[in-house]
Design a protein around this ligand. Structure first.
Ligand code: 6GU
Length: 316
């Protein structure tokens, strides 16, 4: 998978090089490039915003900068061909061949290395569109336009289901807005070259989309096969079965006088599974009762939930 991020604060995305993401880059599973939107500005002040039509507070990011930026990132032309992919922050680098231009010289720099990868000077002809519809490649019938993700508090909710869907994409492009937002025509026009999704990570307002991109990239990348060490470990995640995950414990068996629940030491796997299910149900009814509407509950589940006051006038 290749991830491109367009932002006026490239440094904000540096965490993408660390931990899980860094490991994915190291293994050649991921390529990540961050592009400074100001590379596409037209004036000495490198302006990217202007006051809103219709009045009101704040500033709106201008289409005359965002439009060409997204054209170039789609085709990996112009300034977009010049941003070297991020290198992993991990100490032991072993960049595979899938990481275009990253780490080949192993000097650990993240600066403005220009290897020309992806920049064949093909102008905007990188566009798909030889098939019947926009992005239809004619052979597979699949829409091969990259996915453009625009983080905004006005977007559709980003969920685990969204993360799973995006984890099978070849290319994700994130367009980070700041100020009051991006001129809507940018998003409408981008649909010519991209499949576009406007998404929100929750019901609160951030200053810009950068942190939301870190959140979403982490949720997506950990679902790509080979990124997490333990393949089974996301099958038991909160949300994977529609319930919140219950508590977990490790050694020592007694710590500050607090004991690990006996059942976990019993060696009885069926009993352990049932206990974990019960704890998931209890936690879910207490914290996120609305999630239960979408969960298939058997008789025993209902019994446990009733024990928590579920289904009574005062309960959930
Ligand atoms: Cl995705 N972006 C911004 N700027 N604020 C948000 C958000 C995204 N999700 C919740 N608040």
């Amino acid at each position: 998978m290749r991830i491109d991020v367009v932002t006026i604060f490239p440094g904000y995305l540096d965490p993408l090089r660390h931990a899980l993401l860094g490991k994915a880059i190291e293994r050649g599973i991921m390529t990540v490039a961050v592009h400074d939107l100001r590379s596409w500005s037209h004036d000495v002040h490198r302006t990217v915003d202007d006051s809103p039509f219709g009045g009101g507070p704040g500033m709106v990011m201008v289409p005359t900068v965002w439009g060409p930026a997204l054209d170039d990132v789609a085709a990996l032309t112009g300034p977009a061909a010049e941003s070297a992919p991020l290198e992993t922050a991990l100490a032991h680098k072993a960049a595979g061949p899938a990481v275009a231009g990253a780490g080949a010289d192993g000097d650990g720099t993240t600066g403005s290395v220009t290897d020309g990868s992806g920049g064949e000077g093909s102008g905007r002809e990188g566009d798909p569109g030889e098939g019947d519809g926009p992005g239809d490649d004619g052979a597979t019938g699949r829409d091969d336009r990259p996915l453009l993700i625009v983080p905004t508090p006005a977007g559709a909710p980003f969920t685990q289901e969204t993360a799973a869907r995006w984890s099978t994409e070849d290319r994700l492009v994130f367009a980070c807005g700041r100020y009051e937002g991006i001129d809507q025509r940018v998003v409408d026009d981008a649909a010519e070259r991209y499949r576009v999704e406007e998404v929100s990570i929750g019901d609160y307002v951030l200053i810009g989309g950068e942190v939301a991109v870190l959140v979403m990239a982490e949720a997506v990348v950990r679902l790509i096969p080979g990124v997490l060490g333990n393949r089974a470990s996301h099958e038991e995640d909160s949300f994977q079965d529609g319930l919140l995950e219950g508590p977990c414990y490790t050694r020592p068996r007694v710590w500050r006088g607090r004991e690990v629940p006996d059942v976990l030491l019993s060696g009885d796997h069926a009993k352990v599974d049932r206990w974990r299910r019960d704890e998931s149900l209890r936690r879910t009814v207490a914290r996120r009762p609305e999630l239960l509407d979408a969960v298939e509950l058997d008789r025993r589940d209902r019994e446990v939930l009733r024990g928590e006051g579920w289904g009574t006038p005062d309960g959930a």
